[in-house]
Write a protein that binds this ligand. Sequence first.
Ligand code: ADP
Ligand code: GLC
Length: 489
Amino acid sequence: MIEDQLPSVLFVSSESRPFASTGGLADVAEALPNELNRRGVRMERVMPLYRSVVEGQGTGGYRLQKTLHTLKIPMGHEVIDADIYSCEHRGTLTYFVGCEEFFDRTELYALPHREYRDNFKRFLFFQKAVVALIDFLGRPYEVIHLNDWQTGLIPLLLEKGINGIGRARREKVLFTIHNLAYQGLYPATNLYDTNLPGNQLQNYPELEFYGKINLMKAGLQKADRVNTVSPTYAREIETPAFGYGLDGVLRALPVPVVGVVNGVDTDVWNPETDPALPANYSVSSLKGKETCKSALVGEFGLKYDREVPLFVLVGRLVEQKGVDILAQAMERMMNFPLQFLLLGSGQEVYHHLVNEWNQRWPERFRGKIGYNVDLSHRMEAGADFFLMPSAFEPCGLNQLYSHRYGTIPIVNRTGGLVDTVTDLRKDPGHGNGFHMGSYSPEALLECIREAISLFHDKKSLRKYRQHAMKHDVSWSKTAGEYLNLYQNL
Ligand code: ADP
Ligand code: GLC
């Protein structure tokens, strides 16, 4: 690649806003390619055509086009059609891999009580279709940017071909870890569908993990370069406590894993223009924030009181997000003079828990089970404090959205939360949040108590809100680091 020539890149992801989303990967998959296209990189995206992608046309502000290509994808002894769709949205062209059997479902990966049983087959099909598409298009990409386990087999497929007869791989591969806790672990018997030559697991040590197929491991070992979404998480995952069994693999990589902090799509997350809010506001005029708060409290059916601080939590209801310690803190938290609103979905046990809390503290707690992007914007805007007591957090985006919206985040000291939130007690000159002293209900309660005092000290509150809102959380800061990674490949 010539030094000053920008690379052509295919960004491969199992989800992207505004088409389909379960978490932060979708935010990154939307914003990063858009930002790099603005800088002149030729970057395209590919993802599965889920039911929600089709149904979101109109409300999502995009229109799909069926291209004339139907690709024939070998899957073991079967051949399954992949219908390719495309859509140009906000400056980036996205390809969609359509197949009703695999993707026309209510959810992306899982129902609340179980994962879809054929996820290996679904995402193997997706990955093979990506390689088939690259070849169909005449191999136009210099770099393939892969994300998480759903794309981990692609480097091997780029080498061996999708029917096992070989393929010369000319593309360079960057693999980004968004979350090492999800690895795509499947029984070895699934290998048959890959059509990899000599399809015995012992022939593929890069795939093998305690007798199973591990798609994340394959991605890490076969990519040309690996990165993750914050410097602190990059260090953490090289230790057994955060490595989920892959810390040894990571430590042994020829080039160490580098951390690049995620940014925010500042056009979408902008309190001055956000159409989801009942009132807009800015760092110099915060009046609208109070309107957002009173409307939000009303939207959840609670009584608004300007003198009561409002805490919110939006997120996937899974262990990672610290729901366990929140549950242990809940009784004591509900004795404090505050209101607390929650929006989330995830594991069924936590849905029950939230419903129990709704019954138990109807005056001060309201939780909604569901996924609602507009409401998440109103919660970021209306809140005084945002809770993120995550057990681990590769980067985290909600603390950055909180900063944009002048909401003070309370975070555990882990992963990207360390790299993006400055404790206002330790550094009053720059502070924009609270760090919990440890991962415990007591540490969370201690921060909540201090947050309540801060809330009543209006002058300091205004100062820290301003620090938060002035924190540059845009992609313009870190997108260039991805460009460097591509160019160094
Ligand atoms: P993770 O990717 O681990 O879920 P992040 O903080 O990186 O965590 O990103 C989560 C993203 O998903 C944010 O944009 C957040 O607002 C969004 N999100 C999570 N749960 C919901 C929900 N129930 N409704 C709307 N948005 C949600
Ligand atoms: C993952 C992580 C989250 C990160 C997101 C986007 O889902 O859990 O911390 O912000 O990916 O990189």
